[in-house]
Each structure stands twice: as structure tokens, then as C-alpha cells.
Design a protein. Structure first.
Length: 200
């Protein structure tokens, strides 16, 4: 049996993470306005954004009768700030100069909604501590020039060009990519779904 999972995210990294473990989701981008949500708590904020995305997509699929919608969103908690994607190259550069040699906590919110008419919803926040290398100004400038830091929460990746600038991760490394696979398996089980049923 192959179950139907809908990924309510435009993130290529989340899609690649699911594909790497044998899951081929349908991708439907939510298109929600993230600015409508304000929350100083990073875990709550990440969950709130994930819920916004999942609900927006599930509302379009009320006639499906089966399957699940997964919404995710990530933010970095650093020095008391909640950081999403940097606005521009200057902000990404400034952020990396602050982060180098230090650590932050990457929070990813997960929201899973059943499409069986019950609208049963399961949410989970997941936190992973990320330690940043003491990179040079030249390395920061070269990294920002690639454009990669502008596309992701916290202005870094662990699975891309930024991987060499991460010295240590405490927690689930998949969470840093934007989706905790172990947590998703547990969330699915709470909705009565076996992880292996999602294998393509």
C-alpha cells in the first residue's frame, strides 16, 4: 500500500529529505503570508507557521477523502532573536559575522493534518543546537555571494555549501534541513499510519 502525503512547502531540501527515505510526496505550496503571524517564542512561532501552511493547503483538498498534509517551517533562535531568512546579502553577511564561533538553536515546527474528513491535526516543535565554525570574512563573503544563505532560515545549510561551516550539531540533523524524520514517523503513528506505508 502506498499512502498519499502532501508536502505544503516549496523547500527543495524538505522534498529531497523525504525522497531520500523512499517517500514521494505531492508538493502544493501554501502561499500564505507569513507576516500575519507574530510570536516571540521561536518554537511556538515555527509551529504556528507550519500550521498556517498545512491548514491553507488542507482547505483546498477537502474532497480528497484520504491522505495527509504536512506543513513545516524553521527559524533560528540566536542571542534572543528569532531569525528567518535574511532580507538581503548585507543582512546575511552581518548575521554570519555575529554567528561565527558561536551556536544557535534551529527550531522546526511540524503540522500534520488528516484528509479523511476528520481534520485531525498533530503538531510538534523540534529543536537542534547548531555550532558555527569561526569562519573568516573572506569565507563569509564568498558564501553569501553564492546566494544560498538568502534562501534558508538562519542563513545557513548543513546539507549544502554551508555544511563545511557547521562544526557540531546537537540533536536531529534532519531537523536542521527542515524536517525531522523520526518525529514525523511518530506523528504519523498517532494518526494510525505506518511509516512504511508511505514508501513509494
Amino acid at each position: 500500500m502506498t499512502a498519499a502525503l502532501v508536502l505544503a512547502s516549496a523547500s527543495p531540501a524538505r522534498l529531497a529529505t523525504l525522497r531520500a527515505v523512499g517517500i514521494e510526496p505531492e508538493v502544493i505550496v501554501s502561499g500564505v503570508d507569513e507576516s500575519e503571524l507574530v510570536d516571540p517564542d521561536p518554537a511556538s512561532y515555527a509551529v504556528g507557521l507550519a500550521r498556517l501552511k498545512a491548514r491553507a493547503v488542507s482547505e483546498r483538498l477537502t474532497d480528497r477523502g484520504s491522505g495527509w498534509v504536512l506543513g513545516c517551517d524553521s527559524v533560528l533562535a540566536f542571542e534572543g532573536e528569532v531569525l528567518g531568512k535574511p532580507a538581503d546579502a548585507a543582512e546575511a553577511t552581518s548575521r554570519w559575522r555575529r554567528m561565527r564561533g558561536r551556536s544557535g538553536v534551529l527550531h522546526t515546527g511540524h503540522c500534520l493534518i488528516a484528509l479523511d474528513g476528520s481534520s485531525h491535526e498533530v503538531v510538534r516543535p523540534v529543536a537542534t543546537t547548531v555550532h558555527f565554525a569561526d569562519v573568516t570574512d573572506a569565507e563569509i563573503e564568498a558564501y553569501v555571494a553564492t546566494g544560498e544563505p538568502l534562501q534558508v532560515a538562519g542563513a545557513f545549510t548543513v546539507d549544502g555549501l554551508g555544511g563545511a561551516f557547521i562544526t557540531c550539531i546537537e540533536g536531529d540533523h534532519h531537523n536542521v534541513v527542515g524536517l525531522s524524520l523520526p518525529v514525523l514517523r511518530v506523528m504519523l503513528s498517532e494518526l494510525g499510519v505506518a511509516w512504511t506505508d508511505l514508501w513509494a
